[in-house]
Design a protein around this ligand. Structure first.
Ligand code: GLU
Length: 395
């Protein structure tokens, strides 16, 4: 039978982060001793005080549809959080709660982009940004960066990438996959360029905000001239170890929030009521309550940098946040290891999976074909073993 799928779905690439995680699961089920460092998922449990809020919500019979844009109390709590952590003033009508930050991002792109609009993606960028742009029939325009500049783009590069068709730029700091954090001054310099082009909107994905190792991330919308055209995206998955709870949210100009609510109202409606009730407790919690996870991530980052720096051919930057190492492994290109020719990062990542039983993600998925992404959201024991295996294969 013919399978007449739409052009849209046929042109959509598979999410490489999820594909690699699925592959690792599959190999494990076959009995292989796979260490999966592919998925960006904290290996901690959701803190008890959040779990208890969810249990309470169930016992209080929260079971009905919620407002499409989220419970009023949750939106109030998010406004309080934005003020407390980011110095941003949002009113509840500027907040939309969604089924994960991924849906928040998809909502925003769908309500802003027309076919042919250009979306600027400073490299490296999270896999789904370009895929969602493709779904909107928009054109992704990559702005390259390198490990030598700590994966940061310059104002001159930004200006050079802008055309009359540019509609949106995506910033993500701390960055997935590089861990890079833009300083206030660096963001201000980029904003200076954007000030000249009022047709460009900014999506600032701040999902890793709390996972930083000293450099406090700065919210793009806190630049006064950018507030009216910035959409701030955040969520609970990473900092609160709540990936499966699926709570993301935006703070945005009210007309964009209204459009996102309209979009969501036709697709998913309000997100899960129990997760929303628990989210009120999570966003109002003092960030010091989740610091133990950040402290642990920092120790693992330091350990990974130390171990990986001893492998010839691994070029490293020092990630200031998130929980990924993004080494440049282009030194291996053109070599043959274990009988396998390494032409690109995808080949290298496959080599590690097949010969070291370690799952990583190719940098090509993030617009940076010289690198691979290694998630260190895994136990110290697993991380040590993974690096040992990698070293044995490539040395
Ligand atoms: N954001 C995480 C990652 O980059 C989760 C997987 C995904 O949704 O892509 O690994």
């Amino acid at each position: 039978m013919s399978q007449p799928l739409s052009n849209k779905i046929q042109s959509l690439p598979v999410s490489q982060t999820l594909a690699m995680a699925a592959k690792a699961r599959e190999l494990r089920a076959e009995g292989k001793d796979i260490i999966s460092l592919s998925l960006g998922e904290p290996d901690f449990n959701t803190p008890d005080f959040i779990k208890n809020a969810a249990i309470e919500a169930i016992n209080q019979d929260y079971n009905s549809y919620t407002p499409v844009d989220g419970y009023a109390e949750l939106k109030e709590a998010i406004c309080t959080k934005f003020k407390r952590d980011n110095g941003l003033t949002y009113q509840p009508n500027q907040i939309v709660v969604s089924t994960g930050a991924k849906q928040s991002i998809a909502n925003v792109m769908q309500v802003l982009l027309n076919p042919g609009d250009e979306v600027l993606l400073p490299c490296p960028y999270w896999v789904s940004y370009s895929a969602i742009a493709t779904l909107c029939e928009a054109v992704s325009v990559e702005i390259p960066s390198t490990i030598e500049t700590n994966f940061k783009i310059t104002p001159a590069q930004l200006e050079a990438a802008i055309t009359p068709k540019t509609k949106l730029i995506l910033f993500n700091s701390p960055n997935n996959p590089s861990g890079t954090i833009y300083t206030k001054e660096e963001y201000e310099a980029l904003a200076k360029v954007l000030e000249k082009y009022p047709q460009i909107f900014v999506m600032s994905d701040e999902i890793y905000e709390h996972i930083n190792y000293g450099t406090k991330p700065f919210s793009f919308a806190a630049i006064e001239s950018m507030y009216e055209r910035t959409i701030t995206v955040n969520g609970l998955a990473k900092a609160f170890a709540m990936t499966g709870w699926r709570i993301g949210y935006i703070g945005a100009p009210d007309w964009i929030a209204k459009a996102c609510t309209k979009m969501q109202g036709q697709i998913t409606s309000g997100t899960n009521c129990i997760a929303q009730r628990a989210a009120i407790t999570a966003v109002l919690a003092n960030p010091s309550q989740i610091q133990y996870m950040v402290t642990e991530f920092e120790a693992r980052r330091n350990m990974m940098l130390d171990l990986l720096s001893k492998i010839n051919g691994f070029k490293l930057n020092v990630p200031e946040g998130a929980f990924y190492i993004f080494p440049d492994i282009s030194d291996f290109f053109g070599k043959t290891i274990k009988g396998k020719e390494i032409k690109n990062a995808g080949d290298f990542s496959m080599l590690l999976l097949e010969e070291a039983n370690v799952a990583t993600v190719t940098g090509e998925a993030f617009g940076e074909p010289n690198c691979i992404r290694i998630s260190y959201a895994a136990s110290e024991l697993q991380l040590r073993e993974a690096v040992k295996r990698i070293k044995e294969v490539v040395s």
